[in-house]
Design a protein around this ligand. Structure first.
Ligand code: ZN
Length: 401
């Protein structure tokens, strides 16, 4: 069903327009935002771990205060588990004299365990906070407004005005629910954390993201449309466009593919990435490798005979420099092969290169201004030589597996 779309999925759109001055947005809502007169925070119990369908060892403890930070007693907190099929012991708890209430949480299955706690003030305005479990990330959420998502760098894209800000992301949507935005952000934070670990980045500040500066964060526009392809747009105002619902499994993998594009852009520096002629075979290959073959799942080419049959009716993958070079062939098949080439580059039984070396390669692009040059500088093999010998190398790689 998704087959006709997948041709266009995970394509990079990278326009050479970084010097364009982006004007101030005039389309964002300008009316003053009414603030909920309550605030809720997690005092303890966040970020615990437990096996599926077991209670976390400690309860989640919430504190409710008014805007002058005085505790609010006898206030009802509404509890719901929004991801991970777990269960809270109570769906409503009430704060004591110190403005504190607690609840026990039994986690479920899957990578994203998220519990939501909401309070409502007398005017019906709400404040919320989200706890997570079985994760190593820090997940802080804040609703904000007045920011703009630019499509093609200069076109402000209409959105619902309720933007979710987390540690490293801004989640826009054309009408996705609060829960959907929160789940999306959690997935994105998780992926970024994993990619950063691979590249041994201790902090997202190394990518130029600063927690207290919203404009440095990665923007994701979560479309409430299943027809919107997954796409990232680079350079200034970097962002990812992605469907906001459907199969979470598919979204998780697809978003990870796009996240890899975003990380390489930020590792290199957006202003250096553009113009460095990063070829499709590499950038799509690393994105497919990191996401365990999203566009081209499952990986098709694992043996010499599969390789031979691929060679008989395709071009050398390393000659695909731009998406358009794929022509009328199946993009899936090429993406698959790109992923295989990158796997070979990184595999100990292949070229045995490391993520640390790839990181140095990205950093080197700032100096060389050219992908092929930096590839040779930091990986010790020229792209020309790799192109010439790739089939021989892959044959020998597959035959030793
Ligand atoms: Zn891609």
């Amino acid at each position: 069903m998704k087959h006709s779309l997948i041709h266009y999925f995970f394509q990079i759109i990278l326009l050479l327009m970084i010097s364009l001055v982006v004007g101030k947005c005039s389309e964002s809502p300008t009316e003053p935002e009414r603030l909920c007169s309550l605030q809720i925070e997690i005092m303890s119990g966040n970020n615990q771990k437990a096996s599926s369908y077991e209670y976390l060892a400690e309860p989640l403890v919430f504190s409710v205060k008014n805007l002058t930070s005085m505790p609010v007693s006898d206030k009802e907190i509404i509890i719901s588990v929004i991801a991970g099929s777990g269960m809270a012991e109570n769906t409503r708890v009430t704060t004591n004299n110190e403005g504190i209430a607690e609840v026990r949480w039994k986690t479920g299955t899957g990578d994203n365990q998220i519990l939501k706690a909401v309070v409502e003030d007398e005017e019906g305005l709400t404040a919320d906070v989200y706890a997570i479990a079985n994760s190593d990330i820090i997940f802080e959420t804040k609703w904000t407004t007045g920011l703009t998502f630019y499509r093609n760098f200069t076109e402000p894209t209409e959105h619902d005005g309720k933007i979710l800000e987390t540690n490293n992301f801004l989640i826009f949507s054309n009408g996705g629910s609060d829960n959907n935005k929160v789940i999306f952000a959690k997935i994105a934070e998780e992926h970024l954390f994993q990619v950063m670990n691979k590249f041994e980045l201790a902090s997202s500040e190394e990518l130029g993201i600063h927690k207290l500066n919203s404009e440095t964060k990665i923007k994701i526009y979560a479309h409430t449309s299943t027809n919107q392809p997954g796409i990232w747009r680079g350079a200034r105002n970097y962002g990812i466009l992605f469907p906001s619902y459907g199969s979470y499994g598919w979204i998780e993998m697809g978003l990870k593919h796009e996240m890899m594009h975003m990380v390489e852009l930020l590792l290199t520096g957006p202003e250096n990435f553009v113009g460095a002629s990063v070829p499709s075979w590499y950038t799509e290959g690393i994105a497919e490798h990191m996401s365990n073959y999203t566009a081209a799942y499952p990986r098709q080419i694992n043996s010499v005979s599969q390789l031979n049959s691929w060679i008989s009716n395709h071009n050398n993958p390393l000659t695909i420099l731009n998406f358009e070079d794929i022509g009328n062939e199946s993009a899936n098949e090429y993406y698959n092969m790109f992923g295989v080439v990158v796997k070979f580059i990184l595999d100990e039984k292949g070229l045995g290169k490391t993520f640390a070396e790839l990181k140095e390669m990205y950093r080197d692009i700032e100096i060389s201004g050219n992908f092929n040059q930096s590839f040779e500088n930091k990986l010790g093999i020229s792209v020309d030589s790799l192109t010439e010998n790739i089939y021989t190398m892959l044959r020998s790689y597959f035959s030793t597996q």
